[in-house]
Write a protein that binds this ligand. Structure first.
Ligand SMILES: NC(=O)c1ccc[n+]([C@@H]2O[C@H](COP(=O)([O-])OP(=O)(O)OC[C@H]3O[C@@H](n4cnc5c(N)ncnc54)[C@H](OP(=O)(O)O)[C@@H]3O)[C@@H](O)[C@H]2O)c1
Length: 283
């Protein structure tokens, strides 16, 4: 049995779908089953209603599981509680979604958080595989309301290039690893799309797909932080997002890897494919 946490989220929901498609015994850990994409999970998927904040619900979900795909909003206490429950319940392998620059000395809080969780996982004695995605293409959905209203988006990543990856390929990698965990134990896979792109390329792809110009409006990270706070983003998240965009401007995400294809056997989706598949979300 494979338990997927964060199963209503971007990576987790597609991981559940792909595992079910493979015929793997799969359990989705969810706070609210009605938040499944389309309102329900595929036939045959077990649902465990639970919450990272309630260890008893984690224990109930993990009882009898061999493998856990661990996805959260990168809250250390949440993932640490899930790892501790996995140990208690005799789980053998954890597949963790992490950050490629997870480090205890990172200036970015979510990178320090992932480093803390990784350290706990290493110390747990469980076998594990780390999946470290570059920026997710699905982050672009956050631009959709602004693009619809103003035919453009604001961003503070300058001309920085990044190896943006479609979260469907992160899910495909997670499903492939979870279905055959032993051969992936101890590995860290870096997950990227097929090409390095910039936000100018994003604007151009959206312009081509929508048939009218979409503008990339450049802000400094400090201006962007203020704009995010004004738009209602909580201050800590706005601060760390702005920090990350500044790092991207300086080349922090300008890396590519062949790991998606090596693990899944299929090349990762390009930005063009992502935009073609989701153009209606931006129109
Ligand atoms: N975005 C990026 O560019 C990027 C890049 C690299 C790595 N990552 C990493 O990817 C991970 C996030 O994956 P994602 O984008 O798929 O996440 P997501 O779409 O934000 O989904 C988060 C999931 O966590 C669940 N959750 C939140 N609080 C919970 C709780 N107390 N108990 C149980 N479940 C809870 C949510 O459930 P509800 O539906 O109930 O809220 C949801 O299913 C993070 O670790 C992040 O650091 C992201």
């Amino acid at each position: 049995m494979i338990v997927v946490t964060g199963a209503t989220g971007k990576i987790g929901s597609e991981t559940v779908r792909l595992l079910a498609q493979r015929g793997a015994a799969t359990k989705a850990l969810v706070r609210d089953p009605s938040r499944a994409p389309g309102g329900s999970f595929p036939d045959g998927v077990d649902i465990a209603v639970g919450d990272f904040e309630r260890p008893d619900t984690l224990d109930a979900a993990m009882r009898g599981a061999d493998t856990v795909v661990l996805i959260s909003t990168s809250v250390p206490a949440h993932e640490i509680a899930a790892i501790d429950s996995a140990v208690r319940q005799g789980v053998r392998h954890v597949v963790k979604i992490t950050n490629h620059k997870a480090s205890e000395s990172s200036p970015v809080d979510r990178r320090r958080d992932h480093a803390r969780i990784e350290a706990h996982l290493r110390a747990s004695g469980l076998a594990f595989t780390l999946l470290a995605p570059n920026l997710l293409m699905q982050n672009l959905f956050a631009f959709a309301p602004m693009i619809k209203q103003t035919r453009g988006f604001v961003m503070s990543a300058g001309d920085g290039r990044f190896g943006m990856v479609d979260s469907r390929d992160v899910s495909a990698t997670a499903a492939a690893v979870a279905a055959a965990p032993a051969e992936h134990a101890g590995h860290t896979y870096l997950l990227t799309g097929p090409e390095l792109i910039t936000y100018d390329d994003v604007a151009e792809a959206l312009t081509d797909a929508l048939g009218h110009e979409i503008e990339y409006r450049r802000l400094s990270p400090a201006e962007h932080r203020e704009a995010m706070i004004e738009a209602g983003v909580p201050e800590p998240a706005a601060t760390s997002n702005a920090q990350v965009f500044g790092l991207i401007a300086d080349g922090d995400a300008a890396w590519l890897s062949d790991d998606v294809a090596a693990v899944t056997g299929a090349p990762p989706r390009s930005l063009g494919t992502f935009v073609a598949d989701h153009v209606s979300a931006f129109a």
